[in-house]
Design a protein around this ligand. Structure first.
Ligand code: FUL
Length: 583
């Protein structure tokens, strides 16, 4: 009997002690029997560890998606690509790092291996690497060159290593592939100096043999901790959390303290389901969620987004407008997140000059708008305020209002919920000589929030810069029947490809795999060769441009959805636009 009573006695005895504890680094398990009030009190005491603090201070990190997809124009390669395609004849990592350093980035993360399995370093684990490519006659090593450039420009280096590998024949044979993955990680974390962030992407599909892999996440994490103890583990890791979209937007309410269980833990699905939260939920840290939880994590958000629509370079895409980048800045760094901005090197192996120009404009916009802090020289006309919490004491503020003293009255300028590491708020311009921050609700005994800056910022104009590589063909009609869309032109015409525009309506399933056929008569059909897959469409539902291997001549094109994202193969609507040769 005593044996059964003991855990209860221990739990009750623990509660007062744990409540007296000042802080809990990185995670906290509530003592059994904690009341909702005690849980909220304890939530205020969860703090980041040193690695997470250093990571958060960097604010702006560059992502470099580069590999076989750069040369095929695809977002997800299928692993069958020949290494002979890898021919970046002017590859210049100094140009990458200098460009990024000039633009204010403190770290770069490179796709050492993406889902197609092609390795940018001469690994001993597979032949599917730069060693089998014509680049530098098979003697090259992109990671080594990047390391050197990072040292030259005082830039930190991070590694993206995709767990999903569509090339490795042992993928799906779980213990064997886990060994291979650990060997790859070991090479990267042992031979290239200091690595500050390791990125394990969450995308996971079948391998070349159709089998799915059971990853040994904890072993992967332990390997990283052993070889690079200062590095943070992102996404499928417990140091840095994916914000939940790839469009560059942090949440209005962004909690770094959350009961959301990182997916490296086997119990993550069941616990998250019982709490009814996912990494994509609108709110992952409110009181009602915490009160239902048993455990909390300091798991801060990273906003990953590409400067172009896709992650890999494609000549048919353009960089986003400066206005879009400015919005991204305010909605990521300005919403308690780190911004991980992807700038994909092009087929020559350099950061494309259009992206270099856009990055320079972005830097200038940040400097012009945020280097003169008017808080030191009020009275002034301002339209932006920067707030912060001292995260050494956790994240505590739940509701606030910022006010300005205007014509003898304290006037509300903006209000919000969370603050966190940094919160930027914009409002209509107002002339004032005093500001005050009213905290309406917080957790714990007190809060540590301050007004750090006041600015008058100007948002760049929205220039229309996107133009199609090919003009749309006029006069096509479409009829949608089940999961097949048939497009009919007035006569037989040359067709170079098509664009699929995913529906904005969230209830319409997205097309993931498809088949294309062409016909002159509408009766007998011939297949048209394509990759048959819209890679990464779920996380990043951008327009998908498919260019055929060669121009075809047809009057009819039929596109069938063979697999949709939610498994049902009957999307109720999908929009296809045919493309013709350049005029
Ligand atoms: C996604 C991947 O599937 C994309 O290809 C890209 O690497 C992005 C950063 O993460 O989930």
């Amino acid at each position: 009997m005593l044996k059964y009573l003991l855990p209860f006695i221990a739990a009750f005895a623990l509660t007062p002690n744990i409540l007296a504890q000042e802080y809990f680094e990185k995670e906290l398990t509530f003592p059994a029997g904690s009341t909702p009030e005690q849980k909220i009190e304890l939530a205020s005491k969860v703090v980041p560890d040193e690695r997470q603090k250093a990571w958060q201070d960097r604010e702006l990190t560059a992502f470099l998606h580069f590999g076989i997809n750069t040369f095929t124009g695809r977002e997800w390669g299928d692993g069958k690509e020949s290494p002979a395609l890898f021919t970046p004849d002017a590859l210049d990592t100094d140009q990458w790092v200098k460009t990024l350093s000039d633009a204010g980035f403190k770290m770069v993360i490179i796709t050492a291996k993406h889902h197609d399995g092609f390795c940018l370093w001469p690994t001993a684990t597979t032949d599917h690497s730069v060693a089998s490519s014509p680049w530098r006659e098979g003697q090259g090593d992109v990671i080594a060159e990047l390391r050197k450039s990072c040292d030259k420009y005082d830039m930190k280096l991070g590694i993206y290593l995709s767990p999903w590998d569509r090339n490795a024949s042992c993928y799906g044979d779980s213990p064997r592939y886990n060994d291979m993955f650990v060997a790859q990680l070991t090479e990267l974390l042992s031979n290239y100096g200091k690595i500050d962030e390791v990125w394990f992407d969450g995308a996971c599909g079948e391998g070349p043999n159709g089998k799915r892999q059971e990853y040994d996440w904890l072993r992967f994490r332990d390997t990283m901790k052993r070889l690079q103890p200062d590095a943070v583990l992102a996404i499928t890791g417990d140091d840095v959390r994916w914000v939940g979209n790839e469009s560059g937007m942090g949440r209005e309410t962004e909690w770094s303290v959350t009961p959301l269980v990182p997916s490296i833990y086997s119990y993550s699905d069941s616990v998250n389901e019982s709490l009814q939260i996912t990494p994509m939920s609108k709110n992952i840290g409110d009181r009602e969620i915490i009160e239902k939880a048993d455990k909390l994590y300091w798991w801060p958000s990273e906003v990953d987004v590409s400067i172009r629509p896709g992650w890999f370079y494609s000549s048919s895409q353009e960089p986003h407008s400066l206005r879009r980048l400015a919005d991204i800045y305010l909605q990521s760094i300005g919403r308690n997140s780190v911004l991980l901005l992807n700038i994909p090197p092009d087929t020559s192996g350099r950061i494309n000059e259009k992206d270099v120009k856009r990055l320079q404009e972005f830097r200038t916009w940040i400097d012009d708008n945020f280097s003169k802090n008017l808080i030191d020289s009020l009275p002034a006309t301002i339209n932006t305020v920067v707030l912060s919490e001292d995260i050494n004491h956790g994240q505590r503020v739940e509701k606030f209002e910022i006010q300005a003293y205007v014509d003898t009255v304290w006037t509300p300028l903006a209000h919000g919920t969370t603050i966190g590491k940094k919160r930027i708020l914009t409002f209509n311009p107002v002339k004032t000589d005093s500001l005050r921050l009213r905290i309406d609700s917080w957790r714990g005994d007190r809060y540590y929030a301050t007004i750090d800056g006041a600015y008058r910022i100007t948002m760049p104009g929205d220039k229309k810069i996107i133009e199609r590589a090919y003009p749309e063909i006029e006069g096509v009609k479409s009829t949608l029947k089940k999961s097949t869309l048939t497009l009919k032109a007035d006569s037989v015409i040359p067709i170079t490809g098509f664009v699929y525009t995913p529906s904005d309506d969230k209830t319409t399933p997205l097309v993931y795999r498809y088949k294309v056929e062409a016909s002159n008569s509408g009766r007998s059909w011939r297949p048209v060769k394509t990759t048959g897959e819209f890679g990464n469409i779920e996380a990043n539902p951008i327009e998908q441009t498919v260019i055929f291997e060669k121009v075809i001549k047809a009057r009819y094109i039929r596109i069938e959805c063979t697999e949709s994202i939610n498994g049902k193969i009957t999307p109720t609507a999908f929009k296809i636009t045919l493309l013709g040769p350049k005029q």
